[in-house]
Write a protein that binds this ligand. Structure first.
Ligand code: ADP
Ligand code: ADP
Length: 216
């Protein structure tokens, strides 16, 4: 399976990605997670990326595409993959097409999560992530068993700097200007599945697995 999850920030892509990658035994490739890891590892690229991320802007395409190209060359990508948060503009979508051609691969599904802005703001303001493993929670919709503590490894749950309200508005603007046109790009290719992302985590998961299951 080669899948892309698209949708505004906070739409639920990462949450659904965790379920799908377990189901299909494929790697989860989140460019946002890769940038956060590169920053944690104190790399130069990570430090450059963090400046853009904290401002709510997209990391430049040359850096992002190079990271994706490199990630695709890992052996595990041969069995398939799930992209979450890439491509985020039409230039990246075109670069990604070229990468896929060079590897001789085709996408199986592009899934778009539709979620209105008011829901997005509530989701992002309640999002908490484990500072150790990055697991994602929500104060109301997906609380940890013990407040502020990760169920997986006992790490502290924190709020991402870019999830602060002022930055969220900018991210939404950038999403509408730069990322939303990617939906049209894939629609023209006739290969996009729209999902109502306002449903519960379980309902979204069931719907997507059903659609993907019917494709096989
Ligand atoms: P969210 O889950 O809220 O959509 P991500 O973890 O996917 O956020 O991304 C966090 C930030 O990382 C983005 O706001 C952006 O600054 C940067 N980023 C992630 N993916 C890309 C990409 N494909 N192109 C450019 N910047 C990216
Ligand atoms: P994205 O990766 O698209 O930025 P996340 O998966 O991180 O989104 O989800 C954003 C926040 O919303 C998280 O706090 C998550 O726990 C919560 N969430 C995800 N999916 C749903 C859903 N279907 N219903 C309610 N809350 C959700």
């Amino acid at each position: 399976m080669r899948i892309i999850l698209m949708g505004p920030p906070g739409a639920g892509k990462g949450t659904e990605a965790e379920s799908l990658v377990k189901h299909y035994h494929i790697p989860h490739i989140s460019t946002g997670n890769i940038f956060r890891e590169l920053y944690k590892d104190k790399t130069t690229v990570g430090k450059i990326a963090k400046e853009f991320i904290d401002r709510g802007e997209l990391v430049p395409d040359d850096i992002t595409n190079e990271i994706v190209r490199h990630r695709l060359s890992h052996a595990d990508a041969k069995k398939g993959f799930l992209f979450d948060g890439y491509p985020r503009n039409v230039n990246q979508a075109k670069a990604f097409d070229e990468m896929l051609i060079s590897f001789g691969w085709k996408l199986d599904a592009v899934i778009n999560f539709s979620v209105p802005d008011e829901v997005i703001v509530k989701r992002i303001s309640g999002r908490r992530v484990c500072e150790v493993c990055g697991a994602v929670y929500h104060t109301e919709n997906k609380p940890p068993k013990v407040e502020n503590i990760c169920d997986v490894d006992g790490g502290m749950l924190i709020q991402r700097v870019d999830d602060m309200e002022k930055t969220v508005q900018r991210r939404l603007r950038i999403y509408n200007q730069q990322t939303a046109p990617v939906i049209g790009y894939y629609e023209e290719k006739g290969s996009i599945i729209h999902v109502d992302g306002t449903k519960s985590i379980q309902e979204v998961d069931q719907t997507i697995k059903k659609v993907l299951g019917e494709m096989n």
